[in-house]
Design a protein around this ligand. Structure first.
Ligand SMILES: *Cc1c(COP(=O)(O)O)cnc(C)c1O
Length: 360
């Protein structure tokens, strides 16, 4: 069987896949209402939130767009804190909807510096909201969101967080860290197929929402809330993925959030030590290296994609490539969701055999 080691979509347990073969049901009936309510409540455990949480049919990017259009107005000043491809995407979404975006970029592979963010916020009091990526999947870096939040919430700004590849895997107490909108996606750490974005919405986000003028229809939180009160979604949801997520969350509840977080820490460490012991180097600043995805530099003078090809054809192991200017320069090992020591050890032993075979 293929060992899918990309940072989403991730493999799903058989029971989760089986759940998707169920016959369709009325999405406005009592059976769906019970499932939607259960999924929403269970998700709140993993978001560590008591606030509103919505399931939106769409991929993670849809959730990012929802965070922006529901809380901001055209012309609003927004600070984008970007450490990679997904941080840049968040900024672009806000720009497309007419926000005036200041882009604060940090070198790829590094985490954002909270002091620098504080200086920018102090210099420009007009800034209303800050866009932050918790775990930057393109570079394998996890920002110190707790420290960033202290600065951002301390300055009274709205904090919109792309936690698509961290929530459910890496500790993120959404309420405690003052995330006003926190976004995740079903196909990352949730052992669920693609199709759902999940968004947590704070009281402060609702206050911003009341005055937010960006155009929105499909993603409108007011509609999501009024339908959820009846156990429904405003539009036809991706029912099979909801079935799947219901099952996956039951499995996750059994393991328990602390154990899930600990497993990701362990596997992140195992991956990093393993690639280093093969003589490879990490792309990310190790102090902030992600426990859901490891970015590895291509061996000297070699193309990372050649290495990926060997693992695919000889071992049925699928690794992620580098995005944009990192194409060929790095490869990425996903270790989130349904993953254990054996999956990582298989990657490491395959890499060991493949390394001497890559042409310069
Ligand atoms: C995967 C990912 C996205 C994009 O999610 P899609 O589901 O592909 O739209 C955005 N941000 C981060 C950090 C991601 O890992």
């Amino acid at each position: 069987m293929e060992n899918l080691r990309i940072p989403g979509p991730t493999p799903c347990p058989d029971e989760v896949l089986q759940a998707m073969t169920k016959q369709m049901i009325n999405h406005r009936g009592p059976e769906f209402r019970d499932i939607l309510n259960r999924v929403t409540e269970n998700l709140k455990v993993f978001f560590q939130t008591k606030n509103d949480l919505f399931l939106l049919t769409g991929s993670g990017t849809g959730g990012m767009e929802a965070a922006v259009v529901n809380t901001l107005s055209p012309g609003d000043s927004v600070l984008s804190v970007s450490i990679g491809v997904f941080g840049d995407r968040f900024a672009t979404i806000a720009e497309q909807y007419g926000a005036s975006v200041t882009r604060l970029k940090f070198e790829w592979g590094k985490a954002a510096d909270p002091d620098e963010v504080g200086r920018v916020l102090e210099a420009d009091p007009k800034i209303k909201a800050v866009l932050v990526t918790h775990n930057e999947t393109s570079t394998g870096v996890t920002n110190d969101l707790e420290a960033l939040s202290k600065v951002i919430k301390g300055a009274g700004k709205l904090l919109l967080v792309d936690a698509i590849s961290s929530l459910g895997s890496i500790d993120l107490p959404v309420d405690e860290w003052g995330c006003d909108v926190a976004v995740s996606g079903s196909q990352k750490g949730w052992m669920t197929p693609p199709g759902l974005a999940m968004v947590g919405v704070s009281q402060e986000a609702w206050q911003a929402h009341a005055n937010a003028k960006m155009p929105r229809f499909y993603w409108d939180f007011t509609r999501a809330k009024s339908y959820l009160e009846r156990g429904q979604t405003p539009w036809t949801p991706v029912i099979p993925t909801v079935f799947a997520m219901d099952k996956a969350l039951q499995i996750m509840m059994k393991e328990g959030l602390p154990n899930i977080i600990a497993r990701h820490i362990r596997l992140g460490e195992l991956t990093r030590q393993g690639v280093k012991s093969l003589g490879l180097s990490l792309f990310a600043d190790e102090k902030y290296a992600s426990n859901t995805v490891t970015a590895v530099n291509a061996p000297n003078g070699k193309n990372a994609n050649d290495l990926r090809k060997i693992l695919l054809t000889e071992n049925e192991i699928v690794l992620g490539g580098g995005q944009q200017r990192l194409d060929g320069k790095i490869f990425r090992i996903g270790h989130l969701g349904m993953v254990n020591e054996g999956d990582i050890e298989a990657v490491l032993s395959a890499l060991k055999l493949a390394l001497p075979k890559v042409e310069v």
